[in-house]
Design a binder for this molecule. Structure first.
Ligand SMILES: Cc1ncc(COP(=O)(O)O)c(C=O)c1O
Length: 322
């Protein structure tokens, strides 16, 4: 399966690696847990995007890294803040920041790699949904631009297949691969061998490639359904963010209600949305209420209905407040 993953990553994301560099895991947080065990003897201070997925936040705490949140700008992390941290590693989601949805610009990618090279620091690149990009040119992974063994690429099959498989992988640079090999007896392989073999056969037969082409088109249509429904339904004060890739987008809602009220009102109409502030490593007093809308698992009809209910929920709130 590792040979299949290496070929797939090269084709899809420009990743350059040998199959031996791939370490399969049982989901992103299992893979990151393993990686952090390898990193902790070099890394005391870990810089990170200022907002991350809950599982990542929990791992930062578990490993007791001196965690330094970095401000997110429209083109990704603030590099001046990174320079000032003295960190030995940085965690990023460059293709599609989770949760805020921005893409790390080409210029910042090169500067980030330069930073890592000069500091002998590591870049943890979580490319959790990099395969799903709907507009603009495909953006190569950071790993594909790295000539110095500084980037650890982290990927998952959760978005391409289903999270229920629990299959993920790390692409380790040579130095960490040697460390992993010297200790591999102490790591548990939690990824089911049956699922690994199933995925290998799926990839070898070419069916996975066909599935991915189909899913890109399916998700593109769902994304469009959400995009047009939001544009047609909400007034100009509701800003859409991060719709160019991935399986979620955000709405920034300037009005009287705070995030918690927006989420509660949506829940009363049976619509599940998530408050962006819940993912922050530090609070940002000035940010307008921002919520996440996932669309991967919904039909186009459900997406349109969900947006209609959301508009009703938020209007109902404002009429109650009058
Ligand atoms: C940032 C990020 N990474 C990875 C994943 C996928 O996690 P897993 O591989 O554990 O299913 C998600 C899922 O939402 C995510 O938000």
């Amino acid at each position: 399966m590792r040979a299949e993953i290496a070929a797939y990553l090269h084709h899809m994301r420009g990743v350059r690696c040998q199959p031996e560099q791939i370490v399969v895991g049982a989901g992103t947080y299992h893979s990151l847990d393993l990686l952090f065990q390898l990193l902790r003897e070099d890394v005391v201070c870990m810089a990170s995007e200022e907002a991350v997925n809950d599982g990542v936040k929990a791992l930062f705490g578990q490993f007791r890294f001196d965690c330094r949140p970095l401000r997110l700008e429209s083109d990704g992390i603030c590099l001046e803040e990174l320079q000032a941290t003295g960190a030995q590693a940085v965690y990023v989601t460059p293709s599609h920041q989770f949760p805020y949805g921005m893409t790390l610009s080409a210029g910042k990618r090169l500067k980030l790699l330069q930073w890592a090279k000069e500091r002998r620091a590591y870049i943890v690149e979580n490319d959790y949904d990099g395969e799903f990009r709907y507009s603009g040119r495909p953006i190569p992974s950071l790993q594909s631009l790295d000539d110095d063994g500084r980037v650890i690429y982290v990927g998952t099959f959760s978005r391409a297949l289903t999270p229920a498989f629990r299959l993920s992988y790390l692409v380790l640079p040579p130095a960490l691969l040697a460390r992993f090999r010297s200790r591999r007896h102490s790591y548990d392989q939690l990824a089911s061998p049956i699922f690994q073999m199933t995925q290998q056969l799926f990839m070898q037969s070419g069916d996975f490639g066909r599935h991915m082409r189909k899913m890109r088109s399916v998700y593109h249509k769902k994304r469009d359904a959400l995009l047009y429904a939001v544009r047609d339904t909400f007034p100009a004060g509701v800003e859409m963010i991060g719709a160019d890739s991935g399986l979620h987008l955000l709405l920034r809602v300037r009005g009287e209600k705070d995030e918690a009220e927006l989420v509660r009102a949506a829940a009363r109409e049976g619509v599940g949305i998530y408050p962006a502030s819940a993912y922050r490593l530090r609070s940002e007093a000035d940010e307008a209420p921002t919520v996440l809308l996932g669309f991967g698992g919904l039909s186009e009809a459900d997406i349109r209905e969900g947006v209609r209910l959301l508009a009703r929920a938020w209007k109902m709130e404002s009429s109650l407040n009058k």
